[in-house]
Design a protein around this ligand. Structure first.
Ligand SMILES: [Zn+2]
Length: 214
């Protein structure tokens, strides 16, 4: 199967779909994980990254690229690129790198979701403080039978979001705005696939797999 770059707004379900691809043998390339991994190796680059992050600064594109390049140079399977590119500059740098490495067997998938649906998914999430069972107060099939009480063990349910409506809206709209040029970039290269991510994770995963099938 082909490799994939996901462009996914908050609460579009990228985590769930990625996990299903990882189960199929995909290599997960996440910038956050790579930075943590390098730090734990205590390499020269790792110590440099640790120092930058300890000062509260952002790790530069050059360093992130160094790490991505290492991963792509040692590919043993198809990959999922997660959380990257975030800017048009990064998209162009990545394009150059993939060309250099002669990697063309990939697609870019945009998990399309509207603000209202994303907000319900993100802000409606509840979980049981005792057994961890998950619920969502906005969806009939995911609601607890009694408000705020776990169906399974009768304990209290707690909200799981750090956001309120306003902060979620800002985060979501910022994402869409920042990603518009990235979307256009991949569209012009005939790599972009828009998928309706509101039809449930099973259906969405099936559509992703269809696109990635060679
Ligand atoms: Zn419970």
């Amino acid at each position: 199967m082909k490799s994939v770059i996901f462009i996914a707004p908050p609460a579009a379900g990228k985590g769930t779909i990625s996990q299903k691809l990882i189960d199929l043998g995909y290599m997960h390339i996440s910038t956050g994980d790579m930075l943590r991994e390098e730090i734990s190796k205590k390499s020269k680059l790792g110590l440099e990254i640790e120092d930058i992050m300890a000062k509260g600064n952002l790790v530069s594109d050059e360093i992130v690229f160094e790490l991505i390049k290492n991963k792509l140079n040692n590919l043993k399977s198809s990959f999922i690129l997660d959380g990257f590119p975030r800017t048009i500059n990064q998209a162009q740098m990545l394009d150059k790198l993939l060309n250099e490495l002669k990697i063309d067997n990939y697609e870019v998938i945009y998990l399309d979701i509207n603000l209202e649906e994303a907000m319900h998914r993100a802000l409606g999430r509840l979980s049981c403080e005792k057994c961890g069972a998950g619920y969502n107060k906005y969806y009939d099939q995911m609601k607890p039978k009694v408000d705020n009480i776990c169906d399974k063990c009768g304990s209290n349910l707690i909200g799981r979001s750090d956001d309120n409506e306003e902060s979620f809206k800002v985060r979501f709209e910022t994402f869409v705005k920042n990603n518009a040029p990235i979307k256009e970039f991949y569209e012009s290269k005939n790599k972009l696939h828009m998928i309706d991510a509101t039809k449930g994770s099973e259906k969405t995963t099936e559509e992703v797999k269809e696109i990635l099938n060679d």
